[in-house]
Design a protein around this ligand. Structure first.
Ligand code: FAD
Length: 456
């Protein structure tokens, strides 16, 4: 039994928590970082990094199938899941080692164990009492299911999907959002038959509608099936597979059902409510400066309502550390955070969709331009189609950028600078993009919006 005192206690060592800890020690604060499992959290161990490793294996599979088109003779012989797993685990292990080394080198005290908030300044970890002048809650999220839909046997979440040691012959995916379409894309490339079930009218339903429609066309072309605008009703399973029944009476037979219907906040039983923190359906409510209603207690990452993304967690972690150190950092609105869906084709976006912009500012105050990647030389070389759509306020700045096509995730960095800096197409149009790059498609859209299209 011991008591340890810090300037800052961080509960949870995932993207949000470890970023808060790293920035706080840089600013001269002493930090106790409590983690019950592995530093790095969901993103490093069961989220962003391992799924992108899988997607890379999937891309290599597709390239090997199509290599003759590029004049290279090779053949696709199949997927060696043991090697896929070794590749994925190797990447995660090396990033994990790096993170552990960084945390140690920066002088952060890591306390291993499950923490529970017992007062606004105190976290209990087993017999130990950890006291902070300030506390950051960063306990992350878990894969949610639907009422009555048990995760068991052949009904799995993304965590079990990552651990599969074989390629299923046929998979049903419940949820056409970011996690659902990423796994659907991987499994299709690995040779499985895939059917996605989405209750809303489109795949990737939070994206620009033209992007969602292009994704649907591309998935259809790849042979990925989907049922849109229809709700899941029930599932039965036996030794050979699952039978999923939809509300419209359709049934889908598959080997597995992946449930990808979103993630809930991991806050139950951690003492937050008892400490007087205002919560909403398990999420911790904060003001825009990430302060809870209890002075000195902050929250970051997936437990704070809004986008559940690792880079939002990093940004919020840095923000609260600076806030606590008295630096008054700038608030970044969720709207201006870039989002990438890493399926094939990739989707990337930032800012308002056209529909949301029209709803907010009025149809006469919004204009947009969509440039087809068909007109972009580098995209043709890469063999990708897709588009880049730029939304602006009439006579005003760019307020949204929406892309679909191979590797567009690498282009959204420019997009988020433009939206966050409220740049005007007229100012961007004369600035150059190297030729031939996919970035040029952004440049073409700026030229068109500035009234001087080049290749459009
Ligand atoms: P977490 O990373 O979940 O970390 C919370 C930590 O707190 C965990 O380590 C947990 O063990 C610990 N903890 C919880 N309770 C306690 C306790 N009581 N005591 C001590 N420790 C505790 N985001 C992206 O930006 N890009 C992507 O490509 C992407 N891909 C994803 C793919 C999948 C399959 C999934 C599931 C998620 C993906 N995400 C992605 C989302 C991203 O992983 C999360 O947004 C991010 O991890 C949230 O960070 P966090 O710090 O809030 O929580």
């Amino acid at each position: 039994m011991s008591e340890q005192n810090f300037d800052l206690v961080v509960l949870g060592g995932g993207s949000g928590g470890y970023a808060a800890a790293l920035r706080a020690v840089q600013l001269g604060l002493t930090v106790g970082l409590i983690e019950k499992d592995k530093l790095g959290g969901t993103c490093l161990h069961v989220g962003c990094i391992p799924t992108k490793a899988l997607l890379h294996s999937a891309e290599v599979a597709d390239v090997s199938r199509e290599s003759a088109k590029y004049g290279v003779t090779t053949s696709f012989e199949g997927i060696d899941m043991a090697a896929v797993t070794a590749f994925r685990e190797g990447i995660v292990a090396s990033k994990f080692r790096g993170l552990q080394g960084l945390i140690k080198a920066r002088g952060i005290t890591v306390i291993s164990g499950e923490g529970r908030l017992v007062s606004p300044t105190t976290v209990q970890v087993g017999e130990d009492t950890i006291v902070g002048k300030n506390v950051v809650l960063a306990t992350g999220s878990y894969s949610r299911s639907l009422p009555g839909l048990a995760i068991e046997g052949r009904v799995i979440t993304s965590e079990q999907a990552l651990e599969l040691t074989y390629v299923p012959k046929k998979v049903a995916v419940l949820g056409g959002g970011v996690i659902g379409v990423e796994f659907a894309s991987v499994w299709k490339s690995f040779g499985a038959d895939v059917t996605i079930i989405e209750a809303l009218p489109h795949l990737a339903p939070n994206e620009e509608e033209s992007v969602s429609k292009q994704l649907e066309r591309a998935f259809r072309k790849r042979g990925i099936e989907f049922s849109l605008g229809v709700r899941f009703q029930s599932v039965t399973q036996d030794d050979s597979g699952v039978v999923v029944t939809l509300e419209n009476g359709t049934t889908i037979e598959a080997e597995l059902l992946l449930v990808a219907v979103g993630r809930g906040p991991s806050t139950a039983g951690l003492g937050f409510e008892e400490a007087g923190i205002t919560m909403d359906r398990g999420f911790v409510l904060t003001d825009e400066r990430l302060a809870t209603n209890i002075p000195g207690v902050y929250a970051v990452g997936d437990i704070v309502p809004g986008l559940q993304l690792a880079h939002r967690g990093f940004q919020q972690g840095i923000f609260v550390a600076e806030e606590i150190a008295g630096l008054s950092p700038i608030v970044v609105d969720d709207l201006n955070i870039p989002k990438v869906t890493y399926c094939d084709p990739e989707i990337a976006s930032v800012g308002y969709t056209e529909a949301k912009a029209v709803a907010k500012f009025g149809a006469d105050k919004v204009s947009s331009y969509e440039y087809s990647l068909g007109g972009n030389g580098k995209s043709s070389i890469l063999g990708t189609t897709g588009s880049i759509k730029v939304v602006r306020e009439v006579d005003g700045p760019i307020i949204g950028i929406h892309m679909i096509g191979a590797r567009v995730g690498e282009l959204i960095g420019e997009g988020q600078l433009i939206v966050n800096w409220e740049a005007y197409p007229e100012d961007l149009a004369p600035l150059l993009h190297a030729h031939p790059t996919q970035n040029e498609a952004l440049g073409e859209a700026f030229l068109a919006l500035a009234g001087k299209p080049l290749h459009a």
